[in-house]
Design a protein around this ligand. Structure first.
Ligand code: SF4
Ligand code: SF4
Length: 165
């Protein structure tokens, strides 16, 4: 790329040394923005409902009162932040295996969505939840009680995934 020549202050006309044209141009741009529609919102009073493509915190899908997860451990293997801890056990149900313990460390999670992408059961998906506040580090480790969400509440995301896979 061709470099612009360096202009020294002493080479400028006295009118240019005051930077009046640049200041006027800056004011013109600022004023033109004042009358344009606002893109900001009064958060947190005004809530935002993200689209289904949004990647909020990962959650586990619950169907008919049980988690869809079969504790294969793929999500834990693929997670680049090593945020997922799964411990498998056997069950009498048709799926044969389930996670007796499933934890995600939300302080580690980078919301990449790899766990969702790799899951063969559509058992872990990215929700619309993005407001996460913790007082202590241990509060950020979400177990099944915080991770499980009924499939009905995740319909948007599940449909989005089916359309875009
Ligand atoms: S979203 Fe990414 S970082 Fe977070 S748990 Fe899933 S794979 Fe790990
Ligand atoms: S959430 Fe999916 S990928 Fe992770 S252990 Fe369960 S079934 Fe396997």
């Amino acid at each position: 790329m061709k470099q612009k020549p360096i202009v020294h202050r002493k080479d400028l006309h006295w009118w240019e040394q005051f930077y009046i044209p640049q200041i006027i141009n800056g004011m013109r741009i600022t004023l033109s923005q004042v009358f344009r529609p606002k893109f900001t919102r009064q958060y947190p009073e005004e809530k935002w409902n993200p689209p289904s493509s949004f990647r909020g915190r990962p959650v586990l899908v619950e169907q008919n009162g049980v988690e869809r997860c079969v504790a294969c451990g793929l999500c834990s293997r693929v997670c680049p932040a090593l945020a997922i801890d799964v411990q498998a056990s056997e069950t009498e149900l048709l799926k044969e295996r389930y996670p007796v313990r499933f934890e995600i460390n939300m302080l580690r999670c980078i919301f990449c969505g790899f766990c969702e992408e790799v899951c063969p059961e559509e058992a872990i998906v990215m929700s619309k939840e993005f407001e996460l506040v913790f007082r202590h580090q241990e509060d950020a480790i979400f177990g099944k009680e915080k991770l499980l969400l009924p499939a009905d509440k995740l319909k948007d995301r599940l449909e989005f995934l089916r359309k875009n896979r």
